[in-house]
Ligand binder design. Sequence first.
Ligand code: SF4
Length: 376
Amino acid sequence: MPMLFGYCLHLLLYASKGYKSAFAVIRIMKKEAAFYEKLSGNKVRCTACNRYCVIPEGSYGFCRVRGNENGKLYLLNYGMLEALQIDPIEKKPFNHFHPGSKVLGIGTSSCNFGCLFCQNSALSKSTRADDYFDPNEVIEIAKKYNADGIAYTYNEPTIFIEYALDVARLAKKEGMFNAFVTNGYMTDDVVSKMKGLIDAAVVDFKGNAEEKFANKYEIIMSNEPIKKSLIAMKNAGIHIEITDLVIPNVGDSLDACDSLTKWIYENLGEDTPVQFTRFYPSYKMIDYNETPLETLKKHYEIAKRNGLKYVYIGNVPHSKYENTYCPKCNGLVIERIGFNVEKINMDESNRCLKCGTKISMVGKPRLSSQEIINLY
Ligand code: SF4
């Protein structure tokens, strides 16, 4: 697959980073996409996500980082990282996948969704391309900081899937795990290539996966492709955790929560961790209030009533809802404060110390070193 260099004037970027001259030339990396079909008239169809954008020559897909040049589709910001940070895995947020471990989180720019409430709009609404990191370089950085794995996060990894899989392949060789933080809108073709490389995915629903909410506030037609991907990921042996961003008045339907949690129970299983996260005013929904704790508690109760064993409330630090409890005796098995694992009440086989019940968990938990290092 050919790899090309392009050059551009990147005035704003350089000015914002405090470089001496705003008139600097930087190198941009692009790579022919692995997920597309050629169509007549030099058009292409991107097959990375369920938008399946048909892109005429000289144009871009919805995400603006995958473009048609001379009848070929290119990932235009291959390896152009906009975020690079050492994080606790709990920040992603995973609660049942190597608790207490440390990941190198990487992200680029732009997104395949159009969420009006985006909590990371500086990256997702931009197509800026700051600096190129070769996949080998990412692995070297991860090793230098003793990361246990790589998290593909901050913006949607599906839109930079070719780069993510290249990094993931190298990470596997070094014994590191790979974890996706995703909206789950990727195609079956992408999931089939993730198999064996991506170990875990936290998939974020918003507004209880209500279709009207998805149309109006996420600018997607339906949540069905996400549900389909989740089943495909589960069948591919990928560990799954679910988050659901609850937004007051417009995305906090208890009926929709009931339907969603029943669907999770029936299709993904009772052990699937589910976390209802608090919304904070952001991007184009700055005039909305943060989610009341009472609303989140009602969601929590519905999920428990529907049989889910591991339910959490996120973005509410120092609450009892960020802990893991034994589903049999309700004993505290992992105590967390924010992103920190503070206490573990399980034996070597991840069994509850109080009653011996096996807790569903990938990896052996350990106390957090609580290291957040912004590298870039
Ligand atoms: S990844 Fe981007 S270009 Fe491809 S289908 Fe999705 S939005 Fe369109």
